[in-house]
Ligand binder design. Structure first.
Ligand SMILES: [Zn+2]
Length: 663
C-alpha cells in the first residue's frame, strides 16, 4: 500500500486512509483535507491500454484461450476424468516464458490454503473431503512438459518462449478428480445428481494491470478468466440428461424425436414447453453411456450438470432459449416456473443493461445454493411456492451481465460482480413484485456489519473480508451505494446511460475499478471523486444533519438559510424538504460543492440558501428516503415534514434499450 504523500507536485495516488491525529496537535494531511473529496481522484493510468475516459485504449489487448475438453462422468467412482486442450494466444506485448493455470480442485487436497483458512463446516469449507486434481500428462506444443503445482495454481515453464502480439501454443492436460459432495457451494453432488464447475485446468489471466493474476482460489473469492470458444463433450451414463453452457451439438444422438420436436417448438415459443416431462424424468435401469456435445462461443468458462431424473422445460425470448433442469420431484413444484423465471431475468436485464449475448440461458436445481457460469446457473431446490426460487434464479441469471459479459476480476473486486448484480436485482425484484422495495434490506445488512465491527471498504478483496460480512460487503452495501449513486448523485436517466456504456465498452473484456469510475464520470460529465472516495475506499458512514433554518427578507424576497452539519468524512449533496408557514412544503437540493467552499477549514458545518414562498417552520433531510444516512435523529428540524413512503427506490426501469424492447 502506498503511503499518503503530502505537498507534492506529482499527481498523488490517494490511498484514502484515516491518519490518527495525536491529541492536542493539529496535523493536516491529504487524508483529512475536505478538498480532496471534491477534487479529481488520481487512478492508475491512463495509458494506451486504458483511456482517461474509461474506455479500452487504442492499444488495449487481452489474451485468448480456446478450449476443447473431452470428459467422462463416472457415477460409480464419483469422479470426472478427461483431457483438456487449450489453444492459448499471447496478444500481450510481452514475451512469456511461463504460463499459469488455475487448479481449483486442489482446494480439496489435504492441507490446501483454503481448507486451513475456512472452518470445515463453513460454506467454503471442504468438509474433510480429500480430492484434488490427479494430473496425468501435460504437453505443450505436443512435447512433454511439467506442471508445477502451487496450491490451487500451476505453472508451466516453457521450453521455448511464447512470442508477443499473437504468438500461440497448445497445452494439453490429461486429468481426473473425485467430485466433492460439497464443492464449497460452487459445485457438488447430491445422490445421483452432479453439478460440475471448476472441472478442468483453466488459464490464469495475464493482463496489463497485474501481469499474471495468481491470487489463489481459497473458496470465498470468485474467479477471473480469459474469453474464448469452447467445444466440450461429456460422456455420462446412458440414462442421464446433461445440461450445460453453450448449445447442444448432437441432439439427434441424445434426445428422442419427440424431445427434439418439443425443443424446436420451445425455441419459437414465449410459453413454456416441457422437453422432458414428469413422466419421462424417472430413472430407468440402463447400461452403457451417451456422449453429450456442447459448443459455447465468446465465454470465459463452461459448467454442466447431469442427473437421471431431470425434468427439462424451455421457452424463449427474443431468440434466446431459456431453460430449467430440475430433479423431480425433489426440486419442488416451484421449479415448474424455473424456465419462465429464467426468461423473466434475461428479458429484464436485456432491457436494463445490454442485450443478452448468448443463444441460451439455463437454470439448474441442485444442492449448490446459487452459483453462476456462462449460460448456466445453479440454484437451490425450492418448495411448492415459485417465489422460493425467484430471488436466486434472478440473481444468478443477473450474473450473465456481471461478470460473464463484463469480465471483471471477481477475486479482487466483489463489488463489480456481486455488487453490480445486487444493484440490478433491485430493478428486477421491484418489477416482479410491484410495490416491493429492495433498499431497506440492503441498508439493514450494511448497518449490521457496521455495528458489529466487520465492515470493510468496498475495495477490499473478498478473501480478506470476514466471511460473516461477505453478504453485506460484497453484495448489499455496494447495491445500496449504487442506488444512492444513481438516484441522488448522478441522476437516474444519466446513470442508466452510464451503466449501459460501461457494459458496451467492456463487454467480453477485463475492466478495472478505475475504468468504471472514469466511464461514469465521462458519461455524466461530473467529477465524482467525493463519491468514490467516501463510499468505496472507507468504512465511514454518511451523517448529515440540520442544525437550524433561518428565514430572512433579502431585497424583497424571502430567503431561507439552512445550516447543515457533517458528522463524518463523507460529503453528499443535501436534499431537504422544507415545511412553510403557509402549510405547504418545498423541496430543495444543494450541490455537493457546498462542502468545498470553506478553504482549509474543516467543512463540518455549512450554510445553504434557497428562495421560499413563506417562512420555514420545519425541515427534513432526504425527503425521497433513498440516502444511506445512518444517523436519523439529526435529519429533522422544527416541525419536520415526513419523508416519502418509498414506494420504490429504483423508480422502475428507465426507457428499455432499443432492440431489447420486445415484450
Ligand atoms: Zn452472486
Amino acid at each position: 500500500m502506498t503511503p499518503v504523500r503530502i505537498d507534492t507536485a506529482q499527481p498523488v495516488v490517494v490511498v484514502p486512509s484515516s491518519v490518527p491525529t495525536p491529541a492536542g496537535e493539529a496535523v493536516r494531511t491529504v487524508a483529512d483535507d475536505p478538498f480532496r473529496r471534491v477534487d479529481r481522484m488520481e487512478w492508475p493510468g491512463p495509458n494506451a491500454y486504458r483511456s482517461a475516459n474509461g474506455a479500452p485504449g487504442p492499444a488495449y489487448w487481452q489474451q485468448r484461450a480456446d478450449y476443447t475438453i473431452a470428459a467422462t462422468l463416472d457415477t460409480a467412482a464419483q469422479s470426472v476424468s478427461g483431457t483438456v486442450t487449450i489453444r492459448y494466444t499471447n496478444n500481450s506485448p510481452d514475451t512469456l516464458r511461463a504460463l499459469w493455470l488455475q487448479l481449483e480442485q486442489n482446494l480439496y487436497r489435504t492441507g490446501s490454503t483454503g481448507s486451513t483458512l475456512y472452518p470445515a463446516e463453513s460454506r467454503w469449507g471442504v468438509r474433510g473431503f480429500e480430492g484434488g486434481y490427479d494430473i496425468r500428462e501435460v504437453t505443450v506444443g505436443g512435447r512433454s512438459a511439467e506442471l508445477r503445482v502451487e496450491d490451487t495454481m500451476g505453472r508451466i515453464d516453457l521450453a521455448a518462449p511464447l512470442a508477443p502480439k499473437g504468438g500461440t501454443t497448445t497445452i494439453a492436460i490429461r486429468y481426473a478428480f473425485k467430485v466433492p459432495e460439497h464443492g464449497s457451494d460452487r459445485m457438488g453432488r447430491d445422490g445421483t445428481l452432479y453439478e460440475l464447475a471448476q472441472w478442468y485446468p483453466r488459464m490464469a489471466v495475464y493482463d496489463d494491470v497485474r501481469g499474471w493474476n495468481t491470487d489463489p482460489y481459497l473458496g470465498q473469492g470468485e474467479f477471473y478468466l480469459e474469453y474464448g470458444d469452447f467445444d466440450y463433450s461429456i460422456t455420462a451414463p446412458a440414462g442421464y440428461v446433461v445440461a450445460g453452457s453453450g448449445t447442444l451439438q448432437n441432439p439427434s444422438e441424445v434426445l428422442t424425436a419427440a424431445q427434439r420436436e418439443r425443443l424446436a417448438r420451445a425455441a419459437k415459443s414465449a410459453d413454456v414447453v416441457r422437453i422432458v416431462t414428469a413422466d419421462e424424468a424417472k430413472p430407468v435401469p440402463t447400461t452403457g453411456t451417451k456422449v453429450w456435445r456442447f459448443r459455447a462461443e465468446n465465454v470465459r468458462d463452461v459448467a454442466w450438470a447431469a442427473a437421471p431424473d431431470f425434468r427439462w422445460d424451455a421457452t424463449s425470448w427474443n431468440g434466446v432459449l431459456t431453460q430449467a433442469f430440475y430433479p423431480w420431484p425433489r426440486a419442488g413444484r416451484a421449479w415448474e416456473s424455473g424456465a419462465e423465471q429464467t426468461q423473466w431475468s434475461i428479458r429484464t436485464y436485456s432491457q436494463l443493461i445490454h442485450p443478452y449475448p448468448y443463444p441460451q440461458a439455463t437454470s439448474v436445481a441442485g444442492p449448490v445454493g446459487g452459483m453462476e457460469y456462462p449460460m448456466f446457473v445453479m440454484v437451490h431446490y425450492g418448495t411448492e411456492d415459485p417465489a422460493s426460487i425467484f430471488g436466486t434464479v434472478d440473481h444468478e441469471q443477473g450474473h450473465e451481465w456481471f461478470p460473464m459479459l463484463v469480465g471483471s476480476n471477481e477475486r479482487r473486486y466483489a463489488w463489480q460482480d456481486e455488487g453490480f448484480n445486487t444493484y440490478i436485482n433491485a430493478f428486477s425484484n421491484e418489477r416482479r413484485v410491484p410495490g416491493s422495495n429492495s433498499l431497506p434490506a440492503y441498508l439493514n445488512n450494511w448497518r449490521t456489519v457496521h455495528a458489529n465491527g466487520t465492515d470493510a471498504p468496498l475495495m477490499t478483496p473478498p478473501d480478506r473480508i470476514d466471511p460473516s460480512a461477505l453478504g453485506a460487503l460484497g453484495y448489499r452495501k455496494p447495491g445500496a451505494v449504487m442506488l444512492a449513486l444513481r438516484n441522488e448523485a448522478v441522476g437516474r436517466e444519466t446513470f442508466d446511460r452510464a451503466m449501459r456504456e460501461y457494459a458496451r465498452r467492456w463487454a467480453f473484456k477485463h475492466p478495472t475499478p478505475a475504468d468504471f469510475f472514469r466511464t461514469v464520470e465521462d458519461v455524466s460529465g461530473q467529477d465524482l471523486s467525493w463519491f468514490w472516495n467516501g463510499f468505496f475506499y472507507t468504512t465511514d458512514q454518511l451523517d448529515l444533519g440540520i442544525a437550524g433554518v433561518e428565514t430572512k427578507e433579502v431585497e424583497g424576497r424571502r430567503v431561507a438559510t439552512v445550516t447543515i452539519t457533517r458528522g463524518s468524512s463523507i460529503v453528499f449533496p443535501p436534499s431537504i424538504r422544507l415545511r412553510l408557514a403557509d402549510g405547504s412544503t418545498q423541496d430543495a437540493r444543494f450541490p455537493v460543492q457546498l462542502w468545498s467552499t470553506c478553504g482549509r477549514q474543516s467543512c463540518d458545518r455549512v450554510q445553504a440558501s434557497v428562495v421560499v414562498r413563506s417562512p420555514v417552520t420545519g425541515a427534513r433531510l432526504w425527503p425521497q428516503g433513498n440516502v444511506p444516512d445512518f444517523v436519523a435523529d439529526n435529519d429533522g428540524w422544527g416541525s419536520a415534514p415526513d419523508a416519502d413512503k418509498q414506494p420504490s427506490t429504483t423508480g422502475g426501469l428507465a426507457t428499455p434499450i432499443a432492440g431489447a424492447a420486445k415484450p
